[in-house]
Design a protein around this ligand. Structure first.
Ligand SMILES: [Zn+2]
Length: 427
């Protein structure tokens, strides 16, 4: 089994992995409970009197869940960084914030140790995608406060690869940099990789002739949707790998060469899947994560709001880390009910992306009486009315609902460098 980032960890059997996680939980609890006001307040309210009260997984499962809203409220009450801090401010070296896709951005601090930890977590991601020191990884991203690609950039360096920043450039300049510097991998959102592909096509550049052999996608789900992946791989002539991470949590999920779901890096994170209504463990439900190596700003039992399904069985790559089938399936609260049918926006995307002529799309949701109705705007490169008709028929066949599909003129829908927002609720 060549090519794993940390073979000893990635192939631990279930029992030894659980033992490793537990020793990390105990050490973390001893550090954060006495020193971190946010953790201490929450755990005390739940009846924890000392870190030593945590004696096993049953106690862990009784620790309170944390929501993003709680973190936002805490930061609003104690600006600018809130109280989820284990050390004095002088110990922190990096600040980032969430993209603000859902609500006000959260600010997040890292110590030197936790920033190194981030980079190491990305090592698993890049190695999962088959990358190593010989690779040149291009980041077509305007480096700002959003953490995603900063951490990936550090991860590429930690792996020994060449990290190439692509900030302050437009798409054409980025394509020229990829070609000129011989990038073998790019790391960006799936939406932006599709957009770069569009620009390349307009300029007569055949991406498949570039040396890029892997594209690693973060920041939004998509690369885990088969139709999106097929499109990315055809466009770039490269393997497309999904990755999942969160500013406030870390880089927790990665794909391997088998590309059969997202492995959760269980040496650094504890993943639980809970029924979002009852809180009971489930195979299909909300992903609840705890990180084990971010002592300065930890999250224990954090409700990600992401809907996932646990894949049973071993992976062809030899890793024992559990997998999330199909990656992140959507937001728990994004589910639409259209005439009695449960519909996730990711299911619609999975259909739309099967049509190569669709360059971009937007899902509009509006109310008709008490019911959700969906209208789909599609931007096609050719023969828009016929394409719209085909999409409508595919949605009807696959999802069992009839939705209005409206063709729109080229370049009228927004393009995204960061997180795409393809679902709009109309008043
Ligand atoms: Zn695998």
């Amino acid at each position: 089994m060549m090519g794993l980032y940390d073979r000893a960890l990635e192939t631990l059997d279930g029992e030894r992995l659980a033992a490793l996680q537990w020793s990390r939980v105990r050490r973390l609890a001893q550090s954060i409970f006495p020193a971190n006001p946010f953790i201490a307040r929450k755990w005390r309210a739940a009846g924890v009197g000392a870190a030593g009260d945590l004696r096993g997984w049953r106690d862990f499962a009784r620790l309170p869940l944390t929501t993003k809203q709680e973190l936002a409220d805490d930061q609003a009450a104690h600006p600018p960084f809130g109280t989820n801090l284990t050390f004095p401010l002088v110990r922190y070296v990096r600040v980032h914030q969430t993209s603000g896709t859902t609500g006000a951005p959260l600010r997040w601090l890292d110590t030197q140790e936790s920033w190194d930890w981030w980079a190491r977590c990305w090592g698993f991601v890049f190695r999962g995608a088959g990358l190593g020191p010989e690779d040149r990884v291009f980041f077509p991203f305007s480096f700002g406060l959003f953490v995603g690609f900063w951490a990936g950039f550090e991860g590429a360096r930690a792996l020994g690869a060449l990290a190439i920043p692509g900030g302050g450039q437009d798409s054409a300049q980025r394509l020229a940099a990829i070609e000129g510097l011989g990038a073998t991998a790019i790391c960006c959102t799936p939406s932006y990789a599709l957009h770069l592909g569009e620009v390349a096509r307009e300029r007569g550049v055949d991406l498949a002739t570039l040396p890029v052999r892997a594209t690693v996608h973060a920041g939004e789900p998509g690369a885990g949707i088969p139709a999106v992946r097929a499109r990315l791989e055809a466009l770039w002539g490269a393997r497309a790998y999904d990755h999942a991470g969160m500013t406030e949590m870390g880089a927790y999920g990665f794909e391997c060469a088998a590309q059969s779901g997202l492995h959760v890096n269980e040496s650094e994170f504890i993943a639980e899947v809970l029924d979002p209504r009852t809180g009971a463990p489930a195979d299909d439900g909300e992903l609840v994560l705890s990180n084990l190596g971010r002592e300065g700003s930890p999250l224990v039992r954090y409700r990600t709001g992401d809907r996932v399904r646990i894949e049973r069985g071993t992976c062809a790559c030899g890793r024992t880390f559990r997998r999330l089938a199909g990656g992140i399936l959507g937001r728990v609260d994004d589910m639409l009910v259209v005439r009695g049918v449960n519909v996730f926006p990711s299911a619609i995307e999975g259909i739309v992306r099967r049509f190569p002529a669709v360059a971009e799309f937007l899902i509009e949701v509006y109310r008709r009486g008490e019911l959700d109705e969906v209208r789909l705007l599609v931007e096609a490169t050719a023969d828009a009315p016929a394409v719209a008709g085909s999409v409508q028929e595919a949605v009807r066949v696959d999802l069992g609902i009839r939705v209005e599909v409206v063709p729109v003129a080229p370049q009228t829908l927004p393009r995204y460098e960061l997180k795409a927002r393809r679902l709009v609720r109309l008043p």
